[in-house]
Ligand binder design. Structure first.
Ligand code: PNS
Length: 167
């Protein structure tokens, strides 16, 4: 019998911070793959609010709280496809909300395909209740004093609220 090669996927992003929408995609992807690595991009053109360490802490706390045994997190720098090769992964995981995401994702996919034809991307449609949700929305309303209850994993709610209010 042929040995089963582990199906490893990387769920990349800025995760500034991880939202409940990200967690929904992660849960569904974890059910499909042997292992998922949540890859936090270090050198983004976007200036992140939370440090890489904080973003990874939020992800680790949520993974633990949800009991997702086959999920881990790590930071990466440089090309995403190069990172996938270093961890022996063949699939990128991405979530799709609206048509605006679609155009951006098509561009990323075309680039990644050109760079690494051995790597493919799996897309998950966001649950409708999260179709409006983004890390930017969380940061904006949280900083203005509104509740981010249900928008980020419960385990991270307090710390993210405090950080956004600069406490
Ligand atoms: O959370 P984001 O900003 O939508 O994630 C974008 C991300 C991290 C997937 C993308 O910017 C990325 O893969 N960056 C790494 C650099 C790279 O590989 N670029 C080539 C594809 S354009």
């Amino acid at each position: 019998m042929q040995e089963h090669k582990k199906n490893i996927g990387v769920y990349p992003g800025s995760f500034d911070p991880l939202t409940s929408g990200h967690m929904d995609v992660l849960r569904r992807a974890a059910a499909l793959m042997d292992h998922i690595i949540v890859g936090v991009l270090v050198n983004s053109t976007k200036k992140p609010y939370f440090s890489v360490e904080e973003r990874i802490e939020f992800i680790e706390a949520a993974i633990k709280d949800e009991g997702l045994k086959n999920v881990s997190s790590a930071s990466f720098d440089g090309l995403l496809v190069d990172y996938l090769h270093t961890v022996d992964a063949r699939h990128i995981i991405r979530g799709l909300r609206a048509m605006t995401d679609f155009e951006y994702e098509m561009q990323l996919d075309a680039m990644n395909r050109m760079l690494a034809p051995d790597i493919d991307t799996i897309y998950f449609m966001a649950e409708p209740k999260y179709s409006f949700l983004s890390s930017s929305v969380v940061k904006e309303i949280g900083a203005l004093g509104a509740s981010i209850d249900k928008l980020v994993p419960t385990v991270n709610q307090r710390i993210i609220t405090e950080r956004l209010l600069n406490k």
